[in-house]
Design a protein around this ligand. Structure first.
Ligand SMILES: NC(=O)c1ccc[n+]([C@@H]2O[C@H](COP(=O)([O-])OP(=O)(O)OC[C@H]3O[C@@H](n4cnc5c(N)ncnc54)[C@H](O)[C@@H]3O)[C@@H](O)[C@H]2O)c1
Ligand SMILES: N[C@H](CO)Cc1c[nH]c[nH+]1
Ligand SMILES: [Zn+2]
Length: 429
């Protein structure tokens, strides 16, 4: 963990280094992903088989090794423990309600010149939904991907999720059944993203790929943007907690560890104006992390990427937060709304001392697939819009064309494109 004080002389240099750190995607990952994607494009299923053996220890031989039949998902759902089924249903219904409200409206109107204008929204035909599964299983990410896709009206929902050493997770299968997924492929990493984008002998290609993943998954999506649509780059998790000294250090330590336990490349940052509180949190991180089953990952993340920043005044925090543009920002202060008004760059913000980030991971409703690596400067969390696209339309009557056509002719002539000018001119009254 790195400790910084804004009052220290070297603060700006050290902070800029943190802001610019390309933590999740060093050169090795970039080149490794390029080579995996090339192989998948060239050799299809054979390359996927090799990489799945190498990285997941899973043999793709029979149909059932490749794909989980719908009956198995239905059975997993039926066999769920009642409490867990209720929890999954509650999460699904809250996520659905939030995303239904995101549906965009078509536009169709006639303007003052008499030209009819507008736009119609359509879902994509097929969506590839990446559900991580390397270190932990993510039924919550299945719901977060599949429910907005379903709400948007996507026809074919295709999940890719790794099953390390051939082990499937019943809750992931149950979530696939609950969300109405059409295909579940037992593949992960860059090879799965490549297979969804290019298609292989077994897998038909999709139009967009969404969902979170580790550095290899995130980089594969980034490299394939343009071959397919993507939601955004959602890589190793991040949390920025802005907390004054009136918080319980145990709560804040747990919040920091909740994201550190995802990945050795995850990042947890605390900003506080209370140095004593900072040390209490650091102490609680030590104690709590040693008791976690995920301690190795959480500890590596905290040791390598954790940061505590001590500010002179909490007024300094929003500007620092905007430069970090973190995936998650918790505001554990007396007046979180006042601070929220100053936060412009964040994937999702958690207001007040009783809103732990983890509640957003599972059941609050907004999507937990969020931009990482400072990309909240220009990207947003997954929404129904990522599964849809807009087609604009124009309809002119002879009178309407006469009203605006001459300006088009003038501009076409000025651009040196006479065929454009003629195509308008010939229709003018
Ligand atoms: N940003 C978000 O919205 C969000 C949401 C949920 C989870 N996450 C992140 O998702 C990630 C989940 O990671 P995970 O590892 O558990 O599962 P994962 O499914 O993302 O990654 C596992 C795959 O990584 C590939 N891989 C592993 N080591 C490799 C190597 N050396 N070379 C090439 N490929 C390799 C393998 O193919 C494996 O199938 C975490 O980083 C977590 O923080 C992010
Ligand atoms: N915190 C993750 C997003 O960075 C989402 C998640 C799923 N399960 C637990 N957490
Ligand atoms: Zn999480």
């Amino acid at each position: 963990m790195q400790l910084l004080k804004t009052s220290d002389e070297g603060f700006e240099k050290a902070f800029r280094k943190i802001v610019n750190d390309r933590r999740e995607s060093d050169g090795d990952v970039t080149q490794g992903v390029t080579s995996i994607l090339n192989e998948v494009q060239r050799r299809g299923d054979a390359a996927v088989i090799e990489y799945t053996m190498r990285f997941d220890g899973h043999h793709l031989t029979d149909d059932d090794d490749w794909r989980i039949p719908a009956e198995n998902c239905a059975r997993a759902y039926d066999e769920l423990d009642a409490d867990l089924r209720d929890a999954l249903e509650l999460a699904a219904s809250r996520i659905r309600a939030y995303h239904v409200a995101q549906m965009p409206q078509d536009r169709d109107y006639t303007d003052a010149a008499g030209v009819r204008l507008g736009a119609r929204w359509h879902p994509v035909d097929a969506a590839g939904l990446y559900v991580p599964g390397g270190r932990a299983a993510y039924p919550s990410s299945l719901l977060m991907n599949a429910i907005p896709a379903k709400v948007a009206g996507v026809g074919r929902l295709v999940v890719a999720t790794p099953t390390p050493k051939g082990v499937t997770n019943p809750l992931v299968l149950a979530a696939a059944h609950l969300a109405g997924v059409d295909e579940v492929w037992r593949i992960g990493g860059a090879q799965a993203v490549g297979a969804l984008a290019y298609g292989t002998g077994r897998i038909q290609p999709v139009d967009v790929i969404t969902g979170p993943g580790n550095a290899w998954v995130a980089e594969a999506k980034r490299q394939l943007y343009g071959v397919v649509g993507i939601d955004m780059v959602a890589g190793p998790s991040e949390i920025l907690v802005i907390a004054d000294g009136r918080n319980n250090p145990d709560w804040i330590a747990a919040d920091l560890l909740s994201q550190a336990e995802h990945d050795p490349n995850a990042q947890s940052i605390l900003i506080t104006d209370d140095a004593k509180f900072a040390w209490q949190v650091e102490d609680r991180v030590d104690v709590q992390s040693s008791m976690l089953a995920t301690r190795k990952t959480a500890r590596t993340s905290w040791d390598d990427h954790g940061v505590i920043i001590i500010v002179d005044s909490m007024d300094e925090a929003p500007a620092l937060a905007n430069r970090l543009a973190a995936e998650h920002v918790e505001l554990a202060v007396d007046d979180p709304d006042a601070m929220f008004a100053q936060i412009r760059h964040a994937g999702s913000v958690f207001l007040g001392r009783h809103t732990p980030e983890a509640i957003g991971d599972y059941v609050a409703g907004p999507n937990h697939v969020l931009p990482t690596g400072r990309r909240a400067r220009f990207a947003s969390g997954l929404s129904v819009l990522d599964f849809m696209k807009r087609t604009s339309f124009i309809s002119a009557t002879p009178d309407a064309l006469s009203a605006i056509g001459p300006a088009g002719v003038a501009l076409a002539t000025a651009e040196g494109l006479p065929a454009h000018a003629k195509s308008i001119e010939m229709r003018l009254k």
